[in-house]
Design a protein around this ligand. Sequence first.
Ligand code: NDP
Length: 298
Amino acid sequence: MTTGTLARIIDGKGFAARLRETIRAEVATLGFTPGLAVVLVGEDPASKVYVSNKAKQTVEAGMASFEHKLPATTSEQDLLALVGRLNADPAVHGILVQLPLPPGLRAEAVIEAIDPAKDVDGLTVTNAGRLAAGLPGLVPCTPLGCLLLLQDCLGDLSGREAVVVGRSNLVGKPIAQLLLQQNCTVTMAHSRSRNLPEICRRADILVAAVGRAEMILGDWIKPGATVIDVGINRVAAGDGKTRLVGDVAFAAAQRQAGWITPVPGGVGPMTIACLLRNTLTAARRRERDDVISNHELV
Ligand code: NDP
């Protein structure tokens, strides 16, 4: 059974542009310049594009961008030393180490070295734990972007059945935690889940964060559901060209769902916008803490 009408498109690109504009306006009122340091190790072409986009949008938001490009041969000790310097640098409010790191560098060790108050990717154990415990912290950017889009189209999420397919620390787990905080009834599915189509059909909110092109089919979607497609998969498009598709078979899903994010132009643009939002949050908190400690000194 289909709904007979096509799902409304969730315009992540437009939402992200408005969010960046709001952030820019708030930064202009701060009286100081928030700073974001991005560390890129090696020559991964996709990572280079991400890092240059991040730097461009950081500057456009009125923040300072500190780019650190290191060769793939960098030792873990040198990388940890750089993170230590950035932790101590008062001009830096947010630190992001672009993943994946080249072989031989342990991402967990490097991420754990970041001061949780500057961990704008929300990946340290401290911030993951604070999210799980319902305490304020810094939340991973893509999951935060998904939540903002859901709240924008649905308003209050309380009581809704949410299914998250994928359980990575970067995407699936934090999205599930955020939805739980919003009083959704959350199911997490993964590669060992049985009857995945049936689990997905329960969802009022279906979040796909798998990394498998168009795996979620139209008849897995409950009529009228809201579908958030985090997946970014490059597939052959003929003529030797490629195109991006999500984890959801979009055309069929659009005939079932009430709302759906396109790929590209849905969740993707929210990630950098939320990185800027986290940098602003980190900067504001540091400023507030500095004011408090100055008062204590008086
Ligand atoms: P991971 O590879 O870390 O995790 C994938 C998850 O999908 C795992 O939990 C895995 O289960 C699950 N999975 C794999 N195969 C199946 C299957 N057949 N059925 C059910 N579950 C399955 O990926 P990420 O979470 O990092 O990323 C997911 C997708 O989101 C990717 O396409 C990535 O490119 C995209 N992405 C997009 C971003 C954006 O800005 N829009 C940002 C980050 C990621 P198990 O744990 O059992 O192995």
